[in-house]
Structures are given as C-alpha cells and as structure tokens.
Design a protein around this ligand. Structure first.
Ligand code: UD1
Length: 339
C-alpha cells in the first residue's frame, strides 16, 4: 500500500503535530506549505522527534503549477488539508484575503486531485461553522447559524464545496475542531504565532514568560458561571491522533462517494478564567491578568458532543487539559530560553 500522504500546511501548528503522528503510524507524509504563517522551525522539530527527514515543498496551494509539480512527482492516495488563514479578527479586516486563500486553495487542490485521481480528503473544519448555537453541546446535526466572521464563512463554504464535490466521487471527512491547545510532550514542536497571539493559550504562555506584560480576559459579564466565555479545549496531539484515525477509517471504506463530518472536541466546557487558574496551578507561575472588554465576534459558550467520532473512529482523548497547559508552558520555556 502507498504510505505517502499529502499534508498541506504541515509546517503549521496542527499540521506539524499530525505529521508526527502519521510517521509513528507508519505513513510517509509529504508536506506542502507556503510558510506565510510559519517558518521551518516546526519541520525541524518534526525531524528531531521522528529521527528522520520529512519531504517538504514550499509553495502555495492556489498555485496550480506548483501543485502539478508535487502531484506529478509524488504518488499519494490521500490529502490532509490544513493550509488556511485562521485569525477571526484579521478576517474581518481582510475578508478578500480569507476568501481568496481559504476557498482558492481548496478549489485548486480538488481540481488537481481530480486530475491525478486522488480520492481521499481530510479537511480541517472548525466549530466556528455553528456560530452561536441555541443549545449546547453541539452535535454534527446542530444547524449552522450565520457565520460570525469571514473566517467562519470560509469554513462553512468549504464544507459545502466538499459536500457537493463528493457526489462526483470524492471521499471526504471534515473534522470540526474545537479549541486545540498545548504542544508536543517533547517540547520540539508547538504553537508559533507571528507577532501578538490572537488565541488564548499562546497569549497566556507568553505573558507567563514575560514576553507580554499582561493577559486581558475578554469579558466577565457573559451568561456563564464565572462570566467568562466557555470553550472545549483539546490537546493538539489528540487532535493530531484523530487525523490518523480518520485516515484509517476512510481507507478501509469501500464506497466511492463519502461526505462525513465529525466534531473534534473532548465534550467538556471550560471557561477562560478556569484556564487561567489551572495554568497557574499546574505551572506554579503567577499570571498577570485583568478583565477587559468583550472581544467582538466572540461566541459566549460552545462545546462538543463528541460521541460520533468516539463511536465511528474509536477515537478518544488521552491527554488532560492540565497536561495540555503544562506542555504549552514547556514549549514556551524552550522558545524563551527559560528551560
Ligand atoms: C476561534 C474559533 C475557532 C477557530 C479559532 C481560530 C469559535 C467558537 N472558535 O476560536 O473555531 O478555529 O478561532 O483562531 O468561533 N481570550 C481572552 N484573551 C485573549 C485571547 C482570547 O480572553 O488574549 C478568550 C476569547 O475571548 C475566547 C477564548 O479566550 O473566549 C478563546 O479564544 P481563542 O483562543 O482566540 O479561540 P476562539 O476564538 O474560541
């Protein structure tokens, strides 16, 4: 069996962790990445963890000539598509960039897959497709609300495109990530935001390391027990492991038209303030923080019902949120030269 798997965005946060899990499961990932939001740090980290070189091509998924070069050189039966822009706030400022990049790369990739008869596709979707749901936890049947941001709209549109194209003979699984956090336990790879982090945990670890003066908790007047927003935080290695399970599930299926979606969260809601307190507890580091205004576009509370992925893929999380926060801190200490 061909063990090569194309991984777009494999130099990024979730992609890199998945590449490591693919290698340990016996696959040979081939990374393509335009390095627009990353550099080769994580690729080098992957090689340290796995002890072997990883195939890497630098280029943009919208560039058909580049895709053609990779598809004609490497033979793979499946594609995992992580490459995308992912900042909710930035997408409001630069909607066209988001539509062009996130939709354009998907369309070009699907086009090339058709040409080279590659049939299996695993897509990085997001819980953002649900908007602010009427009831939680959300199941895969929970109807989409109007997307809160252009970023969210691109994820909804990409799912629609995949559903339509799957009817012509594509086999697709969409994984709707909740909030991936943490880093590899080896501290060789982790989240590497460019500039000021948008996401909570990298902001927390940078504040703890003294890179940022203080964390601002965006609002404590939400309708939640402590007033801060609630999310379903999940260790990034558990997210990565789910991709290997998804690939194996897809590869043992016989049908030639598949479109299935899976929530990828642990099914437990935790508030922003709970994360702040837990981080202090597990690391012993005191965090400077204050309560600020709500962040526009934030959903009040959301968490997954992950029973479908557990039942169908046999996946379950193996890491706790305590471990995720500890691993995020170990990675930050390494980056900041504190360990
Ligand atoms: C959102 C999307 C997620 C998407 C991700 C990409 C939702 C529900 N989630 O995650 O699908 O993939 O963006 O980046 O739409 N916070 C602070 N202070 C900070 C940073 C964050 O209080 O400095 C709070 C936020 O207000 C939020 C929580 O922490 O309540 C998590 O924020 P973040 O890590 O940015 O992720 P989401 O916005 O939940």
């Amino acid at each position: 069996m061909i063990k090569k798997i194309l991984v777009t965005g494999g130099a990024g946060y979730i992609g890199a962790h998945t590449v490591v899990e693919l290698v340990s499961a016996g696959y040979e990932p081939v990374i393509i990445d335009n390095l627009s939001a990353s550099d080769l740090t994580l690729v080098r980290g992957i090689e340290k963890i796995t002890g072997r070189p990883v195939a890497f091509y630098q280029g943009d998924c919208r560039n058909r000539a580049f895709l053609e070069e990779v598809f004609s050189k490497e033979k793979f039966p499946a594609v995992m598509h992580f490459a995308a822009l992912k900042s909710v706030g930035e997408s409001v400022q630069k909607p066209l960039e988001y539509y062009d990049n996130n939709i354009g790369s998907l369309v070009a990739l699907l086009d090339m897959m058709g040409k080279y008869r590659v049939t299996d596709f695993i897509f990085s979707s997001s819980c953002t497709v649900y908007g602010q749901p009427d009831a939680i936890p959300v199941t895969e049947e929970t109807p989409f609300k109007k997307a809160e941001s252009p970023y969210g709209a691109t994820k909804q549109m990409c799912e629609r495109i995949l559903e339509d194209v799957s009817k012509n003979g594509l086999r697709v699984l969409s994984l709707r990530y909740f909030n991936p956090i943490g880093a590899h336990p080896s501290a060789q790879i982790g989240e590497l935001p460019i500039g000021t982090p948008n996401n909570l945990v990298p902001f927390v670890t940078q504040t703890a390391a003294g890179v940022r003066p203080e964390l601002v908790v965006f609002g404590n007047d939400y309708n939640t027990p402590d007033g801060s927003c609630i999310r379903d935080f999940i260790h990034v290695v558990d997210v990565a492991r789910a991709h290997v399970d998804a690939l194996q599930y897809l590869q043992q299926k016989k049908e030639n038209r598949i479109y299935e979606v899976f929530n990828l969260g642990v099914g437990k809601g935790m508030s922003v303030l709970e994360i702040v307190n837990l981080f202090q507890q597990v690391t012993g580091v005191q965090l400077r923080y204050r309560i600020g205004n709500r962040r526009p576009g934030d959903v009040e509370k959301i968490y997954a019902d992950p029973s479908r992925i557990m039942k169908e893929l046999g996946w379950k999380p193996v890491y706790t949120i305590e471990q995720a926060l500890l691993h995020a801190w170990q990675w930050q200490k390494k980056l900041s030269g504190l360990s």
